[in-house]
Design a protein around this ligand. Structure first.
Ligand SMILES: *Cc1c(COP(=O)(O)O)cnc(C)c1O
Length: 501
């Protein structure tokens, strides 16, 4: 399977797309021909998560052998990387609603599902492309990506990783996770600014000819671990397919039943993977895009207008504090029926005016499958409180946004099928929000807050957080966003010196 750009006819191999992330014309890579309706329950019934992932990925990464894929999957999803052998366990709250827990990996966020596998895909692609240079992964994060990428790439030979995060845009626990990162090949820096600033300034560095030439001279090749990379996106399709198979295996839905999904959305990678799973054959009815107060996407699905000209809010669900969703362009490619000129035009409008609009016909077509809605921070905390009190189930603020949107739709009778809420983080990553939601005393120390929460909920501290507590801070710097370029160049020098040593 080759991959093509969303903005032109540029077509490349999977290994090239894995290594380079972004297309040369600035677009994103999509499969040259999408494998439509290739999956059936009969073929997948009772299969393990690893077997299901192998089947899903066999359609996209044909550049690797079946044995190679199997090996990578075994290394990514096992009892040292996930604390539940089902990888994505389901938890039904009642007969109408199931939570798919995507947070059982090493950093307690759904990003682990892709980023446990991605380093293996990338290093195999590097070999295939006969790429001798050291890889430097550059990543901007709103919290969870950075940590999951750091854990995935930590001490992987031939790779290095540098992560930038907005200093005030992540939770205290996420900040500790970042500042205490281990590994010889990692660097972590906070920047003054929000996530969009971090992302757009990093993109500038990433695409600068001058910076790339400098890195090349030093034997370093830039790559990204952001959710635009095909090695991030396609592994995510697997957990939607696995969720479907498990729902039927467990008798929660019937073999011919449709189910709806609600996805807490930021960069649009997770929900896009859900739509891809549907295109491959998973009987998903409606995909509901849940936003927080940064509701660009919720508005888009109501009006067909994507408008970033608005205030940016820092919310209790920081991984969704995004105005420009980087994976949205892939969705637009399909909305435009594969018309790359139209996508390029939309992207140009977005860049120049911060706004684009689909036609009424296109809007109607996508509203047949998608809906969008949002709730604010007060409602989010009320949902956490309500679900804990009524069901004894504690959810993180991102999942609670999706659950709140679910409850609003459900009240209006707009969800005819069994619904799955994708749960994207362990609640203990967000202690201050939990304390507020459950009316417990706050503290400056997130671990003190978790001890308080734990007394009420009886949920033990997960091992990765217990370990984190003991570790020393390694990366405490905060820089201006204009200084990001020099920070990258300085790390390139370090890598180059290490090669010589
Ligand atoms: C990244 C993240 C999201 C948003 O996912 P996208 O794929 O960017 O839409 C939601 N919740 C959590 C906890 C996340 O880490």
């Amino acid at each position: 399977m080759n991959f093509r750009s969303t903005r032109s006819d540029e077509t490349v191999s999977a290994s090239y797309a894995l290594l380079h992330g972004l297309a040369r014309d600035g677009g994103l890579y999509v499969p040259e021909t999408f494998p439509e309706q290739v999956l059936t329950y009969k073929d997948l019934a009772e299969k393990s998560y690893q077997e299901i992932a192998a089947t899903v990925l066999s359609y996209f990464f044909t550049n690797f052998s079946a044995d190679e894929r199997k090996e990578m999957i075994a290394a990514a999803y096992n009892d040292s990387t996930f604390d539940d052998e089902r990888i994505v366990p389901l938890h039904s709250l009642d007969t109408e609603l199931t939570i798919a827990e995507l947070f059982h990996g090493r950093t307690l966020a759904f990003k682990d599902l892709a980023l446990s596998l991605f380093p293996y895909l990338l290093t195999a692609a590097k070999k295939q492309e006969k790429e001798e240079r050291d890889i430097l992964i550059l990543t901007a994060t709103s919290g969870d990506t950075g940590k999951a990428a750091l854990e995935g790439f930590k001490d992987v030979d031939g790779t290095n990783i540098m992560v930038f995060y907005p200093s005030e845009g992540v939770s205290p626990m996420q900040k500790q996770q970042m500042q205490k990162q281990e590994g010889k090949n990692v660097r972590v820096t906070a920047i003054n600014g929000n996530f969009d600033d971090a992302q757009s300034f990093l993109k500038r560095v990433f695409t600068s000819e001058e910076v790339n030439a400098y890195a090349n001279e030093k034997g370093v090749l830039f790559s990204s671990a952001n959710s635009i990379n095909i090695g991030r996106l396609f592994p995510q399709v697997a957990y939607y397919v696995a969720t479907w198979v498990r729902l039927v295996d467990d008798g929660i839905v019937g073999q011919n039943d449709t189910f709806d999904v609600v996805v807490p959305t930021g960069n649009f990678g997770n929900i896009l993977a859900g739509w891809f799973a549907k295109k491959m054959g998973a009987p998903i009815g409606r995909l509901i895009c849940a936003s927080n107060k940064n509701k660009v996407l919720a508005d888009f699905f109501k009006t067909g207008v994507y408008d970033m000209n608005r205030d940016f809010y820092t919310t209790d669900s920081p991984s969704m504090d995004i105005l420009l969703s980087s994976n949205f362009e892939r969705f637009l490619f399909y909305v435009a029926g594969g018309n790359t000129d139209r996508v390029a035009q939309w992207e140009k409008e977005l860049q120049e005016t911060g706004k684009m609009q689909v036609s009424p016909e296109e809007l109607a077509a996508l509203q047949a499958e998608f809906s969008g809605d949002w709730i604010d921070d007060d409602e989010t905390k009320a949902v956490i409180n309500h679900v804990f009190n009524d069901f004894g189930y504690l959810m993180d603020p991102h999942t609670a946004v999706a659950c709140g949107v679910y409850m609003n739709f459900h009240k209006e009778g707009r969800l005819p099928h069994h619904t799955v809420v994708m749960s994207t983080a362990h609640p203990y990553k967000f202690p201050p929000v939990l304390c507020q939601a459950l009316a417990l005393p706050a503290s400056d120390d997130p671990f003190t807050m978790l001890a308080t929460v734990s007394e009420v909920t009886n949920i033990a501290l997960p091992q990765p957080l217990a370990d984190l507590r003991q570790k020393p801070v390694r990366f405490a710097d905060t820089i201006e966003r204009e200084a990001m370029k020099d920070a990258v160049l300085s790390f390139v020098d370090t890598i180059s010196d290490r090669q010589k040593a």
